[in-house]
Design a protein around this ligand. Structure first.
Ligand code: HGY
Ligand code: MN
Ligand code: MN
Ligand code: MN
Length: 427
């Protein structure tokens, strides 16, 4: 438990920290990699187990549970004025390979604990409260980030393309979804689009995935904006050949082209003149991947972000120019695809004020900050006033097994979320 109830709150206003930690640990056991790492990829068996687990908790809380065509899961606590736009919260439980057990999970299990806390406090919602588990926030399987929330936000080109994408085992999105119990036709994808004014507010609780709150000893972050993410896929192709027999002047090595472009990414990002520009070559594959065979193909996936959209787009333009130059100088073919190039999102003023109010009520110091990681909130901001609550995480670690958030920090986040939702529900 997190000690007695604070200030004007009855002792009942206490987070069940042991229960929450137990749920986090149980959920982490549904993983395709050994503890303490977590790997849980969209529509895998482990993902299906996790879905069943979350729906079980929603049912235990007496929420009305529904799923949409692609497996976004909704747990709703009907309010007295159920016709009004609901107050929603939520996050994701899919986990990139060999990552941690708090990214996204705190915003789903913590949100369910916030609902439970409000019920235990005899709160009566006017606007319904809804917890959403987005079907897949990570780009791992199909290279599409925030797949569920992107569709809910009504992104037409995704609805058009999703019926055709395959993963790197050549399994189609539709077949993968069907294997997880979500049988659909491509035209069903439009049914995922949220109806207008479904929500009067959307708030996501998430670990900071950065070191600031922990370093400054501040328990709560109030997010004012989410940085603009983009992802690129680049392929180079040369003749390859025998590592012994082909002399250097006769080569057009696709591996070296990839290496040169990777360094060009770093150069263009650093040239932007802002610390807020970041670029990462997170995937770099060589074919055929034999020590004595000159790479005939290379495949790079590049992640470029900035809080300033134009600055980010300038970097993408320069990376494309470098790829063209490298292709010419090295005599390799290249293919350059922009997978997504999203604008930043701003938090809504009224939601920020509600989060500030909640933190003040709880005597919790807070810091306004931007989110350099993207979240489902980036897309929910297109269909609802949005806000995010951050809690500290150990050394800012995330997307690795050492990721950790303390029970006390999680309890603070849950209480701020609960009060924020309660306030917005009564408005
Ligand atoms: O990559 C991100 O920003 C998010 O954590 N998936
Ligand atoms: Mn993540
Ligand atoms: Mn996340
Ligand atoms: Mn040989």
């Amino acid at each position: 438990s997190d000690g007695e109830g604070e200030g004007p709150f009855p002792a009942a206003f206490r987070v069940d920290s042991e229960g929450l930690q137990r749920q986090i640990d149980e959920l982490a056991s549904f993983s395709d990699s050994p503890a303490p790492s977590v790997t849980r990829v969209l529509y895998s068996d482990k993902d299906v187990q996790a879905r069943r687990y979350i729906k079980g908790i929603m049912n235990q809380l007496g929420l009305a549970v529904r799923e949409d065509a692609v497996g976004n899961i909704f747990g709703r606590w009907e309010g007295s004025e159920a016709g009004l736009g609901a107050v929603a919260t939520g996050s994701h439980v899919d986990a990139i390979p060999f990552s941690g057990k708090y990214d996204g999970v705190v915003g789903v299990l913590g949100a369910l604990e916030a609902i439970s806390l409000l019920k235990r406090s005899a709160f009566q919602p006017k606007r319904s409260l809804e917890v959403i588990m987005f079907t897949s926030e990570e780009p791992t399987r199909f290279g599409i980030s925030c797949l569920g929330s992107r569709l809910m936000a009504g992104i037409e080109e995704l609805a058009q393309s999703l019926g055709k994408v395959v993963d790197n085992q050549n399994v189609s999105f539709l077949d993968a979804a069907e294997s997880a119990g979500y049988k659909m036709h491509p035209e069903d994808l439009h049914s995922v689009f949220l109806k207008k004014d479904s929500y009067s507010a959307f708030i996501e609780l998430h670990i900071e995935q950065g070191p600031i709150l922990e370093k400054e000893g501040i328990p709560i972050g109030i997010v004012t904006a989410i940085a603009a993410p983009a992802s690129l896929k680049v392929e180079f192709e040369g003749n390859g050949g025998h590592a012994g027999a082909v002399l250097m002047p006769a080569r057009n090595d696709a591996g070296l082209a990839a290496a040169e472009l990777s360094l060009a990414v770093e150069k263009h990002v650093l040239e932007s003149g802002s610390i807020d520009t970041v670029g990462t070559v997170g995937i770099l594959q060589l074919h055929p991947g034999a020590i004595n065979s000159i790479p005939s193909k290379s495949h790079l996936e590049i992640d470029v972000r900035d809080i300033d959209e134009k600055r980010r787009n300038d970097v993408i333009y320069k990376i494309h120019q470098s790829a063209t130059e490298i292709s010419k100088n090295r005599g390799v073919l290249f293919d350059f695809k922009i997978i997504n190039q999203d604008p930043p999102a701003l938090s809504d003023k009224s939601v920020v004020e509600a989060m500030e109010f909640a933190a003040k009520q709880l005597n919790l110091e807070y810091k306004k900050m931007i989110s350099r990681a993207y979240h489902d909130s980036l897309f929910m901001a297109r269909v609802s006033p949005m806000g995010m609550i951050f809690i500290p995480c150990y050394k800012g670690y995330s997307h690795k097994p050492e990721e950790y958030a303390s029970p006390e920090d999680m309890a603070n986040g849950v209480k701020v979320l609960a009060l924020t939702m309660a306030k917005l529900s009564l408005e």
